[in-house]
Design a binder for this molecule. Structure first.
Ligand SMILES: [Zn+2]
Length: 333
């Protein structure tokens, strides 16, 4: 049922209700993240301050609000509370509201909300400590397999009808695509790792990234996996570029900065000339194109050489969060 069928009062009341539920799940998300690091059970011990170990009172535990009225400090020892807690609570709450607006009251929405929670868990552990816990990826992948086994997303892909020992049964195609998605995720990341090892002699991504992309393959199916990897890589480049330029300036590698600047300017000029219709001449077009390819190759060689000298630069920024960001975007398409 779509939320837009509700009357105005019911609509806002329901959104508020979903926001509160989402914030509570956000609170639970923080617990899952924190206790993955401390290896505690996620249900048994009551929450306590990591600094003074006092058990939190119920009013210290209200999502988002407690952080605000405690002004970001523990109610007992006044130690600063990480801003991660209210941010995660707020982000999960907003995702829940957005998903219910998009998909209405349906089983699909509940699954989407669970996917979102696990995506946030994976992204935050990766940002905090550059770790992906296999268990988190297994939960996401497992939820994806269940979702596609029953075709809860009603993707309308049809079924494969099989017959074994004269026993007929059918499998949703979405489930087969999900299994292939796991394979595609692992193959793409390990393939990239292999290529990078060949050129630079160093793993470009952690093993955790295959877990994430594999799990996302189980959720979205194999066809979405290359797209997630590609857009994720583009986001990664945009994040990395300023950091790299800063490092090149510090290392006084001006030739790399100059070649990058020439490449970017040449690309911008290419689109301007194309827009103005000045590249209608085929010879001119191909000459210019060859120039850009030359710049790209020169820059790539310089980059690979520089990465060989400082391999630690490669793994400086985790790849998990960009992948998760693309996945969250895909949920709304
Ligand atoms: Zn405390």
């Amino acid at each position: 049922m779509s939320l837009f069928e509700l009357n105005t009062f019911e609509f806002y009341y329901f959104l508020f209700f979903i926001f509160v539920i989402g914030a509570c799940f956000g609170s639970f998300t923080n617990v899952v993240i924190l206790r993955a690091f401390t290896e505690e059970s996620i249900v048994l011990p009551p929450s306590k301050c990591p600094h003074c170990k006092n058990k939190l009172k119920w009013y210290h535990n209200i999502p988002i609000l407690s952080y605000l009225f405690l002004r970001g400090k523990c109610g007992f020892c006044k130690e600063k509370i990480s801003i991660q807690y209210p941010i995660v609570e707020f982000v999960v709450a907003v995702l829940f509201v957005a998903l219910f607006l998009k998909y209405g009251i349906a089983l699909k929405t509940i699954f989407m909300c669970m996917f979102a929670v696990m995506c946030v868990v994976l992204a935050v552990t990766d940002i905090k400590e550059q770790v992906i816990f296999d268990a988190h990826a297994y939960v996401l992948g497992g939820l994806g397999l269940v979702y596609n086994f029953f075709d809860i997303g009603k993707r309308g892909l049809g079924t494969y009808d099989l017959s074994i020992f004269s026993y007929d049964f059918s499998v949703n195609k979405s489930f087969v695509y999900a299994l292939l998605g796991i394979l595609a995720g692992v193959v793409i990341i390990e393939g990239l790792v292999l290529i990078c090892k060949l050129f630079v002699g160093q793993r470009a991504f952690g093993e955790g990234d295959s877990f994430i992309l594999g799990a996302l393959g189980a959720v979205f199916g194999y066809a979405a996996v290359p797209l997630i990897a590609l857009v994720g890589a583009l986001i990664q480049v945009v994040i990395l570029l300023p950091l790299m330029i800063k490092k090149f300036i510090q290392a006084k590698k001006y030739d790399i900065i100059v070649s990058l600047t020439v490449l970017v300017l040449a690309m911008i000029l290419f689109y301007v000339l194309l827009y103005l219709g000045l590249l209608d001449n085929t010879v001119l077009l191909y000459t210019y194109f060859a120039f850009i390819v030359g710049c790209t190759v020169y820059f790539s060689i310089k980059m690979i050489r520089s990465a060989k000298e400082n391999p630690e630069n490669l793994t400086a920024v985790p790849f998990g969060p960009p992948l998760v960001l693309v996945a969250l975007g895909l949920m709304f398409i």
